[in-house]
Each structure stands twice: as structure tokens, then as C-alpha cells.
Design a binder for this molecule. Structure first.
Ligand code: FAD
Length: 383
């Protein structure tokens, strides 16, 4: 079943699905990318780190992004440190409206020869040696697919049909507001007491996304909306400015879950949020959407199929995320956050380290060694 995969259906045309479709079509596979056209804008901060952009060299420059050169990091006491891009990275983050980013990756897939099929998959069943898909816009397709990529996000129907769903405990709940105002190109990350998560303010074209996230069921939606509203009140003083609410979950697997997460099997691969492979500390998912898409495409082209992809993900992605999940319990402790901000105020090396974490240039694996090596014993001791 895994050798010579020449036809692939990719379900979901977010960054993961569209990028996988591009790589496979470019490698000569016949690819159908199922694109659900609603909702137009996925609830997302839209922040793409430098590392994530570097990982997709094929993606042409995308207009409509906001370049972020400064990030404010606020500890629970209210003490802040401001981190600025230096000549090395020029920008810390680029922030896109998701419809703009997703359309750009979809165009890349289309230009490589992937066929875009507007539709929504309602069911997926094994059919002899392949899979039969049903749903709006799909039913007219009579074919059986020898290989399916599930790139259909956190609620993935492909995951639910072919593997086990993610438990709510392995997710962040994220709630917030899109505030229609022009803001300075500064991102803000705030950590608060009794919040196993954080708040953010991400400015983009004509609006700011202000939100709060918390692990599992540690906070109710109303409480997160309220925390985010307080930050919005502080940053956008004019209360007449329209605010639109959004809420969604983001995969945030524990180290235990990561070790047993099923991301591929006979005839299928799960990529992006559908895989559950997302930074479990920050919820940064776009970088991992691209990364898992690449691994899946490489496994298919190499004839290793779903089991080969699962093995590549286990080797290349899971160890770093396991480290992130272990750091998570340390990171959200007020003592750690206060020590980090205090050190950043005093030492350039500590600011550099936090910048490297924010931009994705410092992986969690190796972080402890760097803390010790650079003499940040007060932080290393928290781990
Ligand atoms: C509030 C919030 C803020 C976030 N902020 C950031 C951030 O700033 N930076 C970052 O890196 N990550 C962020 N994330 C995470 C990020 O949004 C995801 O990790 C990323 O979108 C994953 O990409 P994906 O392609 O796997 O899935 P998605 O982007 O969710 O795309 C899945 C696609 O599949 C489609 N689909 C779903 N079901 C079906 C179906 N049955 N049939 C056909 N199509 C289907 C959907 O319509 C969608 O187009 C945030 C998430 C949330 C909720």
C-alpha cells in the first residue's frame, strides 16, 4: 500500500494542507486539495515567526503582512521588558490576516499543479485498499483515494475517523477580540497570575487581535474573554471602536500524549493541527503546519507512506515538543517569569535568549544547557 503513491487527496486547505499539496504536486503526484471556503477568517493571531518563514523558501513574498520589530513581554507583577529585532533578524514576527496567508499558500499549491476542489468532507471510510470521501462538493467524485492527508485542523474529521481524537486536556482554549483599529507594530505578550497560558496583542492591517489562552479546562471562556477585554481596554482606549469576538482551541499536547500520538498509518497522514503537533507552550502552530506537511510529503515521495511519516515525525518533531511540554510547567510559574524579566532588564544575553525563543531560533531541547552555559542559574534552577 505504501509503495508508489501517485494520487493523494488532501483534506483542508490551511497552511498545512496547501503546503503539502504544493510539495506533492511539484514532485509529480496527482493531488486534489479539498478547500472548505467558510469561514473566511480562521480565529488565529496570524503571527508567523522568522523561523517558520525560513522553513518555506518556496513561498513568494506575501503582501498584507505586518512586520513586527518590537515585542513587549510582561511578567505577572506588571514588570515589562521590551525586545527589539537586531540586524540579525530584522523582524521578530510577521503578522498576516489568515485569509491572506492561506490564499498565498493555496496559490502556491495551484501553481504547482494541485487541483483545488471546493467542498467539505463529511465522512471518510476505508474502501478496499483506499478511502472513499463523502460530503458537500465531494459526492460527485466517484474515485477511491489510495492516500489521504488530513489537514483539517483541530476538529479533524480525518483524525476522528482514522485515529483517536485529541483530548480537551491536550489543548489550549483561546478567546479574544479583533479590534478594528490601527496600532503600532509592537506585539505584546502578558503573563498573569492564575493563568496557565498567556495574553497577546498582535497588530495587523487595520485591526489588532487581542486574546487570552489557557490550558485544558483551567479557565472558562467567559473568564478568558474578560481577561482579553481588560487588555483591549488598556491598549485601545476608545471604547467605541468595534470589537468582534473569536474563540477556538489549539493543540497543546502533554509530553505523555506526544509520545503516543498517532499521526499516520496505512494510507493516511495527519498534518498541522490535525496531527496535534503544535508548540505546547506557546500554541505556535503555523511553523509546525509547514514542518509536518513537508515531512508527510517527503515520506510519500520516498514511498514510505503514513507509517514512514509517523516515524519521521516521531524522530524530527516530537522530541522538541516534548521538551516544550516539560518547560511549560516551569514557564508559567510567576517566579520563573519574574526572574526572566528581571534578567532581561539587566543582561543583553538574556534578552538575546528570549528573542531567540520568540523567533523560533532557540529550540526547547538545548534550552537548559544554554541557560546554564550563559550563567542564568536562577532560571535553570526553576527547571
Ligand atoms: C486564537 C488562536 C490564535 C493563534 N495564533 C497563532 C499565531 O499567532 N501563530 C501561530 O503560528 N499559530 C497560531 N495559532 C495556531 C494556528 O492557527 C494553527 O496551528 C494553524 O492554523 C494550523 O494550520 P492547519 O493548516 O493545520 O489548520 P487550519 O489552519 O485550521 O486549516 C484547516 C483547514 O481545513 C478546513 N477544514 C476543516 N474541516 C474540513 C472538512 N471537513 N472538509 C474540508 N475542509 C475542512 C478548514 O476550513 C481550514 O481551511 C492560533 C490559534 C488560535 C485558535
Amino acid at each position: 500500500m505504501t509503495m508508489g503513491i501517485d494520487r493523494v487527496a488532501v483534506i483542508g486547505a490551511g497552511p498545512a494542507g496547501a503546503y503539502a499539496a504544493h510539495l506533492l504536486a511539484r514532485a509529480g503526484r496527482e493531488v486534489t486539495l479539498v478547500h472548505r471556503t467558510r469561514p473566511l477568517e480562521k480565529p488565529c493571531g496570524g503571527g508567523v515567526t522568522r523561523q517558520a518563514l525560513d522553513d518555506v523558501p518556496e513561498l513568494p513574498p506575501i503582501g498584507g503582512g505586518r512586520s513586527i520589530e518590537r515585542t513587549i513581554f510582561r511578567a505577572p507583577s506588571g514588570r515589562e521588558v521590551s525586545l527589539e529585532a537586531d540586524s540579525r533578524e530584522r523582524e521578530l514576527l510577521r503578522i498576516y490576516p489568515r485569509r491572506v496567508l492561506d490564499a498565498a499558500v493555496r496559490r502556491l499549491a495551484e501553481s504547482s499543479g494541485a487541483r483545488i476542489l471546493e467542498g467539505s468532507v463529511a465522512s471518510i471510510e476505508r474502501d478496499g485498499r483506499g478511502f472513499r470521501l463523502r460530503g458537500e462538493g465531494i459526492d460527485a467524485e466517484s474515485s477511491s483515494w489510495p492516500f489521504v492527508i488530513g489537514a483539517d485542523g483541530i476538529g479533524s474529521i480525518v483524525r476522528r475517523s482514522l485515529a483517536e481524537p485529541l483530548d480537551e486536556r491536550d489543548t489550549f482554549l483561546a478567546c479574544g477580540w479583533r479590534v478594528e483599529v490601527d496600532a503600532a507594530p509592537t506585539a505584546i505578550l502578558c503573563f498573569e497570575r492564575r493563568l496557565r497560558g498567556y495574553l497577546w496583542s498582535f497588530p495587523r492591517e487595520g485591526e489588532v487581535s487581542i486574546g487570552a489562552c489557557a490550558l485544558g479546562s483551567s479557565a472558562k471562556p467567559a473568564a478568558l474573554f474578560e481577561r482579553a477585554a481588560r487588555l483591549a481596554d488598556e491598549l485601545v482606549v476608545d471604547s467605541a471602536v468595534p470589537r468582534k469576538p473569536y474563540a477556538s482551541r489549539i493543540p497543546a499536547p502533554s509530553s505523555r500524549t506526544l509520545r503516543r500520538l498517532r499521526v499516520g498509518g496505512d494510507g493516511f497522514a495527519l498534518v498541522g493541527d490535525a496531527s496535534g503537533l503544535v508548540d505546547p507552550l506557546t500554541g505556535e502552530g503555523i511553523r509546525f503546519a509547514f514542518r509536518t506537511a513537508r515531512l508527510a510529503a517527503e515520506s510519500i515521495v520516498a514511498g514510505e507512506g503514513g507509517p514512514g511519516y509517523a516515524e519521521r515525525a516521531r524522530r524530527d518533531v516530537v522530541p522538541g515538543l516534548v521538551s516544550g511540554a516539560r518547560w511549560r510547567s516551569v514557564f508559567y510559574q510567576p517566579a520563573f517569569l519574574e526572574a526572566m524579566v528581571a534578567l532581561c532588564a539587566k543582561r543583553q544575553g538574556a534578552r538575546r535568549l528570549l528573542l531567540d525563543l520568540l523567533t523560533g531560533h532557540q529550540e526547547y531541547a538545548g534550552l537548559l544547557e544554554r541557560l546554564v552555559g550563559e550563567g542564568f542559574q536562577s532560571l535553570a534552577a526553576c527547571f
